[in-house]
Design a protein around this ligand. Structure first.
Ligand code: FAD
Length: 451
């Protein structure tokens, strides 16, 4: 594709990275971002304070030439640290070795870095506090509001790439124009962010190199380390019912709930009740939308096209992978309409697969991790990978550590693998009771070699 001007709505994680990819190829990219510039003003980066970055995201940052700059922000997490109700902990490793880890990163710092990397390139600019109010596809007009002057205005723009997140204004207009259809499935659970401050001398009060989980069946608490020695803690809880956000109405009900359900975490969160009532309660949504593009005039990318619930830690990773695929397609196509259609054809099955796996992972994190059979199956799946690396890679590892295996393929193979694990652990309670000869037969007859 020959470089030409491109308009992008939203300079969040996907928009900024996409901007870098475009600018590297000489496209003049203009980004419109609703928020003020986080690098100059103290503003919330929105949503989670830190996130898990995994192989797909790292691959994208490498392809964009920014991974070295991001590395200082990355704290490795080698497994899940499970906290039981008595305060005992067990580490369930994520992968086979120190390469198979995921990383905690600050959303704000990552976003700021990507915006700066984008702006360093010629012909690139971000208009902050410019709110996109929608897209008129018949006139090819982007509708904007300059928040500083309260001036509403319009710009001629084609193509527009919408990376304006889960509540995309561009998607809303594509639906209004009956170009796309979209559904937003709201999870009946919500989340709240809290904090464990640094210990003396800025040390972490829990193991920084693990993702901490307090699984309690119907709900859970998690904690990810930050570089300053603190942890961001997130409570995931039903919106209504017994033990829900609706039931935690005052300081005493919050303290009683935490002391009873998460006693070890309770003692580490000094500002619990202040933060609980000051911080917003967030909703989580899965967005299904089709098509993702209006001819060659507009394309939805990242959460705007396919927001997912956060339980696999993949929303950003998936959005970054979108940018890599988009960049590859710039080599293959000369017109936007074909490129957008091909982008959707390549990405939709993967986006649908990770949406499903993200929902499944909520049950795994808050409940299954406590189950001895589940733990045996996790150990067994790592053993099967060691024995049969050409055939068997645990589904979690395919998603988190193997960008060369698409999400849809991981879902499909994961399904077959789960059947094998179920069969092998039907009567086995410990690893030494597993019939490994049967395992070899099942793996070789049911699974095509991967590489
Ligand atoms: C609690 C929680 C935890 C998560 N944890 C993880 C994790 O561990 N790992 C992971 O990979 N993903 C995680 N995610 C998902 C991740 O946050 C998203 O998938 C990712 O941010 C998507 O990037 P995006 O750029 O598409 O959207 P966003 O990051 O939402 O960016 C959208 C941008 O558009 C701007 N914008 C919105 N509307 C307009 C408008 N009308 N005009 C102009 N600009 C606009 C916004 O201000 C924002 O800057 C988590 C999500 C949540 C809610």
């Amino acid at each position: 594709m020959r470089p030409s001007p491109v308009t992008v709505t939203g300079a969040g994680l996907a928009g900024s990275l996409l901007g870098i990819f475009l600018a590297r190829r000489g496209f003049a990219a203009t980004l419109y971002e609703r928020r003020p510039d986080m690098r100059r003003e103290r503003v919330s980066a929105g949503r989670s304070i830190n996130l898990a970055l995994a192989d797909r995201g790292i691959h994208a940052l490498r392809q964009a030439g920014v991974i070295e700059a991001v590395q200082p922000l990355m704290i490795p997490m080698r497994g899940r640290m499970i906290h039981d109700p008595e305060g005992n902990t067990t580490l369930l490793p994520y992968g086979q070795n120190e390469r198979e880890v995921i990383y905690s990163v600050s959303r704000a710092e990552l976003n700021k870095l990507l915006m700066s990397e984008f702006e360093q390139r010629a012909d690139s600019s971000i208009h902050f506090r410019h709110n996109c109010r929608g897209l008129d596809t018949t006139r090819r007009i982007l509708k904007l509001l300059d928040e500083a002057s309260s001036r509403a205005y319009e710009v001629r723009a084609s193509p527009v790439i919408a990376t304006d997140g889960a509540s995309s204004a561009v998607r809303a207009d594509l639906v209004r124009a009956e170009i796309s259809r979209a559904t937003e499935e709201l999870l009946p659970h919500q989340y709240k962010e809290l904090a464990i401050p640094p210990g003396p001398d800025g040390t972490h009060l829990l193991d920084a190199n693990a993702l901490h989980i307090w699984p309690r069946g119907g709900f859970m608490l998690i904690a990810l380390a930050n570089i300053d020695g603190s942890f961001t803690v997130t409570l995931f809880l039903p919106a209504t019912g017994y033990e829900s956000f609706a039931s935690l109405t005052d300081a005493s009900s919050v303290e009683t709930f935490f002391a009873r359900r998460f006693p070890d975490a309770f003692s580490l969160i000094p500002e619990l009740t202040q933060d609980f009532f000051a911080n917003p309660t967030g909703n989580m949504v899965t967005v299904h939308c089709a098509p993702w593009h209006a001819g060659g005039d507009a394309l939805l990318l990242g959460d705007a096209a396919h927001a997912i619930v956060p339980f696999h830690g993949q929303g950003m990773n998936c959005a970054f992978e979108d940018c890599v695929v988009f960049d590859e397609l710039l080599d293959e196509h000369d017109d936007w309409e074909t490129l957008f259609a091909e982008f959707e054809r390549r990405r939709r099955p993967d986006a649908e697969a990770i949406a499903r796996m993200a929902l499944e992972n909520y049950v795994e994190m808050r409940d299954s991790v406590r189950n001895p059979r589940f733990q045996l199956q996790k150990t067994l799946s790592l053993e099967l990978e060691r024995r049969f690396p050409q055939h068997f890679i645990p589904r979690y590892s395919m998603v988190m550590f193997h960008h060369e295996i698409g999400y849809a393929r991981a879902l499909e193979r994961g399904h077959v693998q789960q059947g094998i694990l179920d069969q092998l652990t039907e009567t086995a309670y410990e690893m030494n009771q597993v019939d490994l000869a049967l395992a070899a037969r099942l793996v070789h007859t049911s699974l095509e070699p991967l590489r």
